[in-house]
Design a protein around this ligand. Structure first.
Ligand SMILES: C[S@@+](CC[C@H](N)C(=O)[O-])C[C@H]1O[C@@H](n2cnc3c(N)ncnc32)[C@H](O)[C@@H]1O
Length: 237
């Protein structure tokens, strides 16, 4: 872990997020602790955490997008769904954002792996509003009770077969009108289909679910063989 003092990093994206050429940063909702050994930058009344783009597809997406990066982020106080939470690397930064400045946001973080759940549960003890769920992204019954009003931001990073249909099913059920969804697609996870054909197939599935495709971000260099599909649910959906 590195810790330094000084002026805030880069330029402001939102109250809770700043961005430099090499990395975004989030304002910590749990100061004086690191989640994965990330660098901390001390400020007068709190702390910035470096959001490593090599460890997080949302972070690398912020650096790679060709449009305004802030549109990829959830709002403070919002309820969000995160499928494939892993050990909580990205989840912790999303929690910084939705629970910024005591906002009553919620991150429902779902993962199949008991080992991941152990780490997520430890993280949640220090981060109110983070809800770890041991569950399958395909089986909504075990976690739908945590999102009674739906979610305004849905992110999926499960790296398994049929990623697009798992994502569209979750968005159809939980993503609110006007909400934003992001699907991290590991190209080799859908065997038997080449990358270009897979992309077309995914775009068709998104359209069939009435999700409007905003951008496809190639994460090559940060995460090889990964595409980030950014979609919106229309206000009148
Ligand atoms: C690439 S890792 C996630 C990394 C994480 N998103 C991050 O940025 O730190 C993929 C995760 O998806 C989980 N996973 C795979 N299939 C799943 C499913 N059907 N439901 C829930 N989680 C799943 C795995 O256990 C693994 O932790």
């Amino acid at each position: 872990m590195g810790r330094s003092y000084g002026k805030p990093p880069g330029r402001r994206l939102t109250e809770a997020v700043r961005i430099e050429r090499s990395s975004p940063w989030t304002w910590s909702a749990n100061p004086r602790s690191t989640v994965y050994g990330e660098t901390l930058r001390k400020a007068k009344d709190g702390e910035w955490r470096r959001w490593d783009p090599r460890r997080s597809k949302v972070s690398s997406g912020l650096l790679r997008t060709t449009a305004a990066p802030e549109r990829l982020l959830p709002a403070p106080g919002s309820h969000v769904l995160y499928l494939g939470a892993g050990h909580g690397t990205t989840v912790s930064h999303i929690h910084d954002i939705v629970c910024h400045d005591q906002a009553q946001g919620r991150v429902v973080a779902v993962d199949l792996s008991p080992r991941c759940l152990r780490d997520l549960t430890r993280l949640a003890q220090a981060r109110p509003g983070l809800v770890p769920v041991l569950g399958d992204a395909r089986r909504h019954e075990s976690w739908r009770m945590w999102l009674p009003q739906g979610a305004s931001w849905v992110f999926q990073d499960v790296a398994q077969a049929h990623q697009a249909s798992i994502f569209t099913a979750a968005c159809e059920r939980f993503l609110l009108p006007g909400g934003r969804g992001m699907l991290s697609l590991k190209v080799e996870s859908d065997r038997g289909t080449d990358a270009a054909a897979l992309r077309v197939k995914v775009e068709e599935e998104l359209a069939a679910a009435e999700l409007v495709l905003d951008e496809v971000i190639d994460l090559e260099g940060f995460e090889d063989d990964h595409l980030l599909f950014v979609v919106g649910r229309p206000e009148d959906a």
